[in-house]
Design a protein around this ligand. Structure first.
Ligand SMILES: Nc1ncnc2c1ncn2[C@@H]1O[C@H](COP(=O)(O)OP(=O)(O)O)[C@@H](O)[C@H]1O
Ligand SMILES: [Mg+2]
Length: 616
C-alpha cells in the first residue's frame, strides 16, 4: 500500500539521469523499487527456467553491516575498557598515580584515534558502495527507460507502480496518469475480471516468471479507447511481504495485421488456384507433391489429401517416369524460370483409374529459402488431340477427294479432247477431202454449186481449227504423247502468238520426268498463270522458269505488268488462283503469290516430287 506521496516519489525513477534522483536511500525507501529493478534485470531470461538468479553478494552486504561493525568496534571497546581500568586503578593507588593516569589517558587517546580512523574508513566504504549501486541502478533504469517494449510493474492490489517510456508511447498515457491507478485502466473491460484472476493465480503459483497468453492474443487498451493486440511476459517477487508483478509486453498490431494479411492472401491464392481451369501441381526437389488444386483433383481423379505428399510418379505412366524425372532435374539445373513441356511430343498423364490421357504442360521453378519447387500447369488436351486427329483425317480425305476429282476431270478432258481430235477432226478432214473431190468433178457451168462448195470448204476449215483449239485447250494431246516440256513450250508459244507479249522459258533440266499427276499440275499452273497475264497484267514481257532438284520442282511465272494485292478478298467467281493453290496443296506443295500494284506478279509454286522409277 502506498500513500499518494509515495507514488509521487516514484517519478524521479523514470528520469534518465541519475543526478535527477533524490538519492539512493530515497529510492530504497520506496517499497519494491530495488527489487523491481533486480527482477527486471532477468525476468526475460528466466521465462523458461522459472527461477531468478540471486543479486550479486557485494550489493547484498549493503543491507547487513552488523558483522563488520563488530569487527570495527571490538578493539575500540577493548581499548576504552583498558583506559577505564587504568583510570580506576590510578584513583585507588598511592604510588605511581600520576604515571598510571598518564597511561590511561594515552590508552584513551589511542582508542579515540583508532575509533576516528575506523569511522572514517567505514564512511568512505559506504559512500563507494552507494555510488556503485547508484551506477548500476542508473544503468538498469536507462535500460528500462530505453527498452523498446513497454514495461509495467503492479503491486499486490494490481496498481501500477512502474510505467516506462515505451509504455507511455504504446498506451498514450503520460506516466503520471497511470501510476497508482489500477491496471484495469490499461485493458478492455471484458478482459479485466479474467486478467485479475490470472495474476492472482500466478501470484499463488509461486512461479517467478512466465509468458502470458500463449494460447490466445491478449488485448490492451490505449488512452484513446483503441484496443491493440499484445504479447506479454510476467515476473513476480516479494518485497517486505508485498508481492510485486512486472509485465514486459509488446505491441503486436503489425504482426497480427501481417499474419491476417498473409492468411487472406493465402486464401485468395487458394481461391484462384482452385478456380483455375488448368490443373496446377507444385512439387518439391524430391518430386513429391506439395500443392494440388481442384482442377488437378478432377483431372487425375485423386483427392487432394491423398495427392499431397505423394510422388509425382503416381500421375505418370510407368514407361515415362524415368525420363520425366530426369527432365525435371535437367530443367532445375538450367535455371530457366519457366518453359513449355513436350513441345515436340505430347506428354501423357495417368489418372487414378489407370486411364492415360494427353496433356499440354508448362513448368516453372522457384527457389524458396534454399529449396527448389517446380510448378506444373497442365491441361487435358484429349478433346483437342481428338479434334486434331479428326481434322487431319478429314483433310486427308478431302485431299484424296480433290485429287480424285481433278484426276477424273483431267481424264474426262483428255477423253473429250481425244474424241474431238480423233473422231470429229478426222471426220471433218474426211469431209474436207470429199468437198475437194466434189469441187474437182463439178462441171464448169454449175457456178452456184461451186460457190456453195467453196463456202462449205471455208466453214470446214474454221471448224477443224476450232475443234483442234478446243481439244488443245481441254488437254493438249502432246502432254500425254510427247511429255511435259514440249507441252509447256507449246503453251508459251501459243501465249506469245495470242498476246504478242514475248515470253521466255527457262528450264533447269533437259529431261523433266514427272508423274502424270505432277506433270498435269505443272502444266495447269503455267496455263492459268499465263492466262492471267494475258487477261489482267498488261505486261510487256513474261518469263516461265522450271527447276527440278530431284526432290522438289519449282515453277515460277512472272510478269512486269500491273500487279495486284494478293491479300485482298477473292473476287466472286474468280477461281483461277484458288485452283492453282489447291493443285499445289493436293500434291503436298505450296503456292506463293507475290505481287503488289505496279510491281508485276510472280507466281511461285513448289511441289515435292518422288523420284520416278525407270519403268514409268
Ligand atoms: N498476273 C496478274 N497481273 C495482274 N493481276 C492479276 C494477275 N493474276 C491475277 N490477277 C488478279 O487476281 C485476280 C484473281 O485471279 P484469278 O483467281 O485467276 O481469277 P480470274 O482470272 O478469273 O479473275 C484477277 O481478277 C486479277 O485482278
Ligand atoms: Mg484467272
Amino acid at each position: 500500500m502506498y500513500s499518494a506521496g509515495g507514488l509521487e516519489d516514484l517519478r524521479p525513477y523514470g528520469a534518465r539521469s541519475v543526478n535527477r534522483w533524490s538519492s539512493y536511500n530515497e529510492l530504497c525507501r520506496i517499497p519494491g523499487t530495488k527489487s523491481s529493478i533486480a527482477s527486471l534485470m532477468h525476468s526475460r531470461d528466466s521465462v523458461s527456467s522459472g527461477r531468478s538468479r540471486p543479486v550479486p553478494d557485494r550489493y547484498a552486504g549493503v543491507g547487513q553491516p552488523r558483522g563488520r561493525a563488530l569487527v570495527i568496534l571490538g578493539p575500540i571497546v577493548a581499548l576504552i575498557a583498558a583506559a577505564a581500568a587504568l583510570g580506576v586503578a590510578a584513583i585507588g593507588q598511592d604510588g605511581y598515580r600520576a604515571e598510571t593516569l598518564i597511561a590511561a589517558t594515552i590508552v584513551a587517546f589511542v582508542a579515540l584515534f583508532l575509533a576516528v580512523i575506523l569511522l572514517y574508513r567505514q564512511v568512505r566504504r559506504r559512500q563507494a558502495t552507494g555510488r556503485a549501486l547508484q551506477n548500476i541502478e542508473a544503468r538498469v533504469t536507462d535500460i528500462v527507460e530505453s527498452a523498446m517494449d513497454p514495461v509495467i510493474a503492479v503491486d499486490q492490489d494490481q496498481r501500477v507502480v512502474l510505467f516506462n517510456a515505451a509504455a507511455e508511447k504504446a498506451f498514450l498515457w503520460p506516466r503520471a496518469a497511470v501510476l497508482g491507478e489500477p491496471l484495469d485502466k490499461l485493458m478492455p473491460e471484458r478482459f479485466r475480471e479474467g486478467h485479475r484472476a490470472h495474476i492472482a493465480r500466478f501470484g499463488e503459483a509461486g512461479m517467478t516468471s512466465r509468458r502470458m497468453g500463449s494460447q490466445m492474443v491478449l488485448m490492451a487498451l490505449r488512452a484513446d479507447g483503441v484496443e491493440f493486440p499484445i504479447e506479454a511476459s510476467i515476473s513476480q517477487h516479494t518485497e517486505d511481504g508485498n508481492k510485486l508483478f512486472t509485465v514486459i509486453l509488446r505491441d503486436i498490431t503489425e504482426r497480427v495485421r501481417a499474419e491476417s494479411l498473409l492468411a487472406r492472401n493465402e486464401a485468395r491464392l487458394r481461391g484462384i488456384l482452385d478456380s483455375a481451369m488448368d490443373a496446377i501441381i507444385t512439387i518439391d526437389e524430391t518430386q513429391h507433391i506439395v500443392l494440388f488444386n481442384a482442377a488437378a483433383e478432377a483431372m487425375f481423379g485423386c483427392p487432394r489429401e491423398e495427392a499431397i505428399g505423394a510422388p509425382l510418379a503416381w500421375f505418370i505412366p510407368e514407361r515415362f517416369r524415368a525420363a520425366h524425372a530426369s527432365h525435371v532435374r535437367g530443367f532445375g539445373e538450367t535455371g530457366t524460370a519457366s518453359r513449355r513441356m513436350g513441345t515436340l511430343r505430347i506428354v501423357i498423364g495417368l489418372r487414378r483409374s489407370g486411364e492415360e490421357f494427353p496433356i499440354d504442360a508448362s513448368i516453372s521453378q522457384v527457389t524458396d529459402r534454399g529449396s527448389k519447387f517446380f510448378t506444373v500447369i497442365l491441361r487435358d488436351v484429349t478433346a483437342r488431340v481428338r479434334a486434331e486427329e479428326a481434322l487431319s483425317r478429314s483433310r486427308e480425305e478431302l485431299r484424296e477427294l480433290g485429287a480424285t476429282a481433278h484426276q477424273a476431270r483431267e481424264q474426262e478432258n483428255s477423253r473429250i479432247a481425244r474424241e474431238l481430235h480423233d473422231e470429229l477432226a478426222q471426220s471433218l478432214t474426211a469431209l474436207q477431202m470429199d468437198v475437194a473431190w466434189c469441187k474437182e468433178r463439178l462441171p464448169d457451168e454449175q457456178k452456184a454449186l461451186a460457190k456453195k462448195l467453196e463456202r462449205m470448204e471455208t466453214l470446214l476449215d474454221t471448224t477443224v481449227t476450232a475443234t483442234r483449239r478446243m481439244a488443245a485447250d481441254l488437254r493438249p494431246l502432246m502432254l500425254d504423247d510427247l511429255g511435259l516440256l514440249p507441252a509447256v513450250e507449246w503453251l508459251v508459244d501459243n501465249f506469245t502468238e495470242r498476246t504478242g507479249v514475248p515470253c521466255e522459258l527457262a528450264v533447269s533440266t533437259s529431261d523433266l520426268k514427272l508423274h502424270n499427276a505432277h506433270a498435269t499440275a505443272v502444266f495447269r499452273i503455267i496455263q492459268e498463270s499465263l492466262a492471267n497475264i494475258a487477261k489482267h497484267a498488261r505486261a510487256s514481257r513474261a518469263e516461265v522458269a522450271i527447276e527440278d532438284n530431284g526432290s522438289e520442282v519449282t515453277i515460277s511465272v512472272r510478269d512486269d505488268g500491273l500487279g495486284f494485292s494478293p491479300h485482298d478478298p477473292r473476287k466472286p467467281n474468280s477461281f483461277g488462283l484458288a485452283g492453282l493453290r489447291e493443285r499445289a496443296y493436293l500434291l503436298g506443295g505450296e503456292a506463293a503469290i507475290i505481287s503488289a500494284p505496279g510491281r508485276g506478279t510472280n507466281i511461285e509454286v513448289r511441289l515435292p516430287v518422288a523420284p520416278m522409277p525407270f519403268s514409268q
